[in-house]
Design a protein around this ligand. Structure first.
Ligand code: HEC
Length: 491
């Protein structure tokens, strides 16, 4: 040691090696060499392994979500009027916008998959034991936060799919006893879903939950470093210590390979199967069958079995007990044994719950495809989504203030508009005849068909219209005249 007191000249600070260069200067001020040493030279009992890559894979996907999310936010406007248009613009007009959005959407799914693998592994290898209780609890909180990110992000495109899935999701919350109604109001920003809902979900998705995520990721990593890697579940402790390796280079290389693999998978999915956007949400659409994304399917199916007075058991009691058991696991499972084979109860229970979730998801998909009415409607919805994606981008109609004025100026048109609503045309053709997943838009129909032809079609729909569920409307002549005047006014 050069800075022993003997060697130090009197009245001077301990001598240091002469600092030269930027690296040394920075090191004196920040101590980064020590930090890097601590980061890279962490000792892993038993050596580097491929099975340890999932945690760092999660960290990598999180980073990717942040980066792609920032790009999406550059285009997104969180309001019920503009959200869908801005996403449509991103997907249809912006170069590589669809690719970017798909990276983000698939990233969410991959994150859930990696989380399940990471937690399963931690559970089976007993890595939550031996002083790692808080590490496990922080991990459980992270899991809940990621599910919250998935729930809040799903609504943002404001298409039919996302709108109705979220309507169901927030309705389910209202079943929670005592606070349910209040919870639903807080989430939606009112009894119905609208701009306040989009705004709240947006704030949760880009500010609140990410802040909590960052905090808990930091905590999780800190606790992990504090406790050190758990190493393999079996083996002689002395032998594992002897075979220990530092994180750098082998484990770092394996983690880098994992990151590369994730990049390839994500890019391939986003390129070959870009995520589609459906028609804009139409709250008046009564036919739409909502379905959540795949990772919420098991929950969705589970809740179907718990309607009526017992619902509180299925919605709150059983999930609460299971969740509590999971989070508190390291506090009651205090045996030192880590080998999965020697912990039959733990391993068995975990497998049963996991298999149950997979089975519930599978039943949900199976039921959909084997109910002809549902299957047909789901196909129509997919078809509407495909059609919407094929249409060129349509900017929002300019100067909407002019339209009501023109209508009001013409009482016949206004009367027609009321008939359009009263007869239920709105339910299928949408507000202002803008079209929905169920039926084509009627804007510009006046230029396409002459009035008598239109009247004939409305009184006697053709085969295509009948197939789509449009009934004949035997309207009186003066009513028909008003309705057609209204249809004519739709541009
Ligand atoms: C149950 C749903 C439903 C209702 C209610 C409904 N329609 Fe339709 N309508 C359809 C479907 C489906 C089509 C055919 C779409 C297609 O060709 O793909 C259609 C087609 C039409 C067309 C022809 C569009 C074209 O471009 O060829 C007109 C006009 C029309 N509807 C007017 C009306 C009017 C006016 C009302 C109310 C009096 C009404 N519809 C109510 C489902 C409905």
């Amino acid at each position: 040691m050069s800075d022993s007191p003997m060697a130090a000249p009197p009245n001077s600070s301990p001598p240091r090696p002469p600092a030269s260069g930027l690296g040394a200067w920075l090191d004196q001020r920040t101590g980064w060499k020590q930090l890097l040493h601590e980061f890279l030279d962490e000792r892993i009992p038993g050596g580097a392994r491929w099975s340890y890559v999932f945690g760092s894979g999660l960290l990598f996907i999180l980073l990717s979500q942040v980066v792609t999310g920032i790009f999406l936010a550059l285009y997104y406007v969180p309001s019920a009027d503009h959200a869908h248009t801005t996403v449509a613009y991103l997907v249809k007009v912006v170069t590589d916008g669809a690719f970017l959005r798909s990276l983000h959407a698939y990233g969410a799914s991959i994150m859930v998959i990696l989380l399940v693998i990471h937690m399963t592994q931690t559970f089976l290898f007993g890595s939550y034991k031996a002083g790692r209780e808080l590490l496990w609890v922080a991990g459980c909180v992270l899991f809940a936060l990621v599910l919250g990110m998935a729930f809040t992000g799903y609504l943002l495109p404001w298409d039919e799919r996302s709108y109705f899935a979220t309507a169901v999701g927030t309705n389910i919350l209202s079943e929670v006893p005592l606070v349910g109604q209040w919870l639903k109001l807080v989430l939606r920003g009112g009894p119905d879903m609208g701009t306040l809902t989009v705004s709240r979900f947006f704030v949760a998705h880009v500010f609140l939950i990410p802040a909590a995520l960052l905090l808990f990721v930091g905590l999780h990593l800190f606790l992990f470093r504090k406790a050190g890697p758990a190493g393999p579940p079996s083996g002689d402790a002395a032998e594992l210590r002897r075979r220990a390796q530092t994180f750098y280079p082998r484990q770092l290389l394996m983690d880098a390979v994992m990151a590369l693999l994730l990049i390839v998978i994500l890019a391939a999915l986003a390129h070959f199967r870009p995520v589609s956007l459906g028609p804009e949400a139409n709250p008046a659409d009564t036919q739409f069958i909502p379905r959540p994304d795949w990772y919420y399917r098991p929950v969705f199916q589970w809740l179907k079995y718990w309607e009526g007075p017992l619902s509180v058991v299925g919605i709150l009691v059983i999930p609460g007990v299971l969740g509590g058991l999971l989070v508190l696991l390291p506090f009651y499972d205090r045996r030192a044994e880590r080998r999965p084979g020697k912990r039959p109860v733990a391993t068995g229970l975990f497998s049963v719950v996991l298999a149950g979730l997979v089975a519930l998801g599978a039943i949900s998909y199976y039921a959909d495809y084997h109910d002809p009415a549902i299957a047909a409607q789901l196909r129509r919805q997919d078809e509407a989504e495909r059609r919407f994606m094929e249409q060129p981008f349509e900017p929002e109609a300019q100067a909407p203030a002019a339209a009501p004025a023109a209508e009001a100026a013409n009482p016949l048109v206004e009367q027609g508009r009321q008939i359009f609503t009263a007869q239920g045309c709105v339910a299928c053709h949408g507000e202002g005849g803008a079209g929905t997943a169920l039926a084509v838009k009627l804007t510009g129909i006046g230029q396409k068909l002459p009035p008598d032809e239109l009247a004939r079609l409305i009184r006697h729909p053709n085969a295509r219209m009948t197939a789509g569920g449009m009934p004949p409307f035997p309207l009186a002549d003066d009513q028909m005249k008003a309705l057609i005047a209204y249809l004519d006014s739709l541009h």
